[in-house]
Design a protein around this ligand. Sequence first.
Ligand code: ZN
Length: 372
Amino acid sequence: MFKKAKENAPCLIFIDEIDAVGRQRGAGIGGGNDEREQTLNQLLTEMDGFEGNTGIIIIAATNRPDVLDSALLRPGRFDRQVIVDTPDLKGRIKVLEVHARNKKLASEISIEAIARRTPGFTGADLANLLNEAAILTARRRKEAITMLEINDAVDRVVAGMEGTPLVDSKSKRLIAYHEVGHAIVGTLIKDHDPVQKVTLVPRGQAQGLTWFTPNEEQGLITRAQLKARITGALGGRAAEEEIFGHSEVTTGAGGDLQQVTGMARQMVTRFGMSDLGPLSLESQEGEVFLGAGLMSRAEYSEEVASRIDEQVRLIIEDCHQDAIRIIQENRTVIDRLVDLLIEKETIDGEEFRQITAEYTLVPDKDRFVPQL
Ligand code: ZN
């Protein structure tokens, strides 16, 4: 490859998934991988071998820059790193424009509106979104993609395939209370993202769903926002407890509780947001690379471990009490919203807020909308 490049200089060499050959040498359980290490050594030698300006530029891509051999990143080799994060609003508009080129969009469609609905989507997600919308359009025998197909496609990409709603039954009522529980807590806590819609139409694994409008600026999250999210996520279970009693609560809150525990634990061990003080006790979760020197254990004693557990429990219990209080204080409007939800199957955020505002004060959630 390098020989060919030199013959054709000036030229660019692009290596995709560089971690396949560029992984740290001598790492991994059961010793290294000779063939891979030879490839890497050869690569390092070639990159050093360029005399002056030979007109060859090497670009490589990886999702795992953390596992690369440090020799690769030395000056003279890959000495510049460009981090490609998920696209921001402007980026998403540009990506969508590219993928929309070969599709027929109705004139009413605003690419900007789609981009606003999709913070956190990667380029691949956006491509998938427009493909799903095109498939739905064909299935509905329409001439061009409308906003309806786009919205259905966003829901599908985020939460999975749509199922058939349950017939009216006790479990449908329970799911309705659970979802309204999430939505009312999310609506009445000032630091929570606003409700976008509540629905009893199942999707993927979920029997019902409450959608919140995500914030564009995902950068920094305050302690109040984290606690608001935990409280909101506990709203479903709190409603089940209050309305149906402790013995009738269901497994439906399993996913919520997992999320809640994860968030509370990070507040304690990573963000220094508990009585343990500003300590970083754990690195980012999900680092399961079994490489040399990376199999480090938790760097705290068992005593600290039990204090962490205690703090996690305290945060969750505090939020749980808040959620229960909100459910108790707003029982009348919750009952009305549940009846409406069972009748209509979906309530959008605006209507949800209007009805709630007839009974209690709904905090304003004007949020920063980035300017283009
Ligand atoms: Zn839930």
